[in-house]
Design a protein around this ligand. Structure first.
Ligand SMILES: [Zn+2]
Length: 180
């Protein structure tokens, strides 16, 4: 199931794009699952980076032990992952900070408009072999954890600009996927 495998570590899931667009029950069995869903880590390579009194590094460092203590079956961090422009060093620090969590729990990462898809992929690695990448240049995440399946689409259009776009190919894939 993992979309990215970090060498010698547990797997990262990841996807570029901020929109969690669909979830559905995929089994009638009575079963519960614990998810931890975070967003907007806005991490800068500079741990001292501060914006309007918020310190992203301290915030992430503070929340991670709480998440780990809760022992979720899956963690989803829905972009924006990086501070503003998705710089390579932002993702390197993010990766370092997330290692302990990734060692414990499958981790899904999606991108927002302050992320850079190429830099993210360069830092986190290519998708694991055999993982579905149904639309070219888009990273679609299918996280199947019965009784829930979450699809994360990729709406990232331009770094550090507000508008996003799913595009025809991705919408077509979603349409087919939901019919199947
Ligand atoms: Zn944000």
């Amino acid at each position: 199931m993992p979309l990215i495998t970090l060498p010698s570590r547990r797997d990262f899931f990841r996807s570029a794009g901020a929109a969690v667009v669909a979830s559905r029950l995929c089994t009638a069995q009575a079963k519960s699952i614990h998810w931890a869903i975070l967003s907007d880590t806005h991490l800068s390579a500079d741990p001292k980076n501060e914006y309007r009194g918020f310190r992203p590094y301290d915030n992430l460092a503070g929340v991670m032990p709480e998440v780990q203590k809760a022992k979720p079956e899956v963690v989803l961090i829905n972009g924006d992952l990086a501070r503003l422009e998705g710089l390579p060093a932002d993702y390197e620090l993010l990766k370092t900070m997330l290692r302990p969590m990734a060692d414990q729990t499958p981790l899904c990462l999606s991108l927002g408009n302050h992320d850079d898809r190429n830099n993210f992929l360069a830092a986190m690695g290519k998708p694991a072999k055999g993982q579905p990448q149904p639309v070219q240049n888009r990273n679609i995440l299918v996280v199947d954890q019965p009784p829930v399946r979450i699809l994360v689409l990729d709406s990232l259009m331009a770094v550090n600009q507000a508008p996003g776009l799913l595009g025809k190919a991705q919408r077509r894939w979603l349409d087919e996927y939901l019919k199947s």
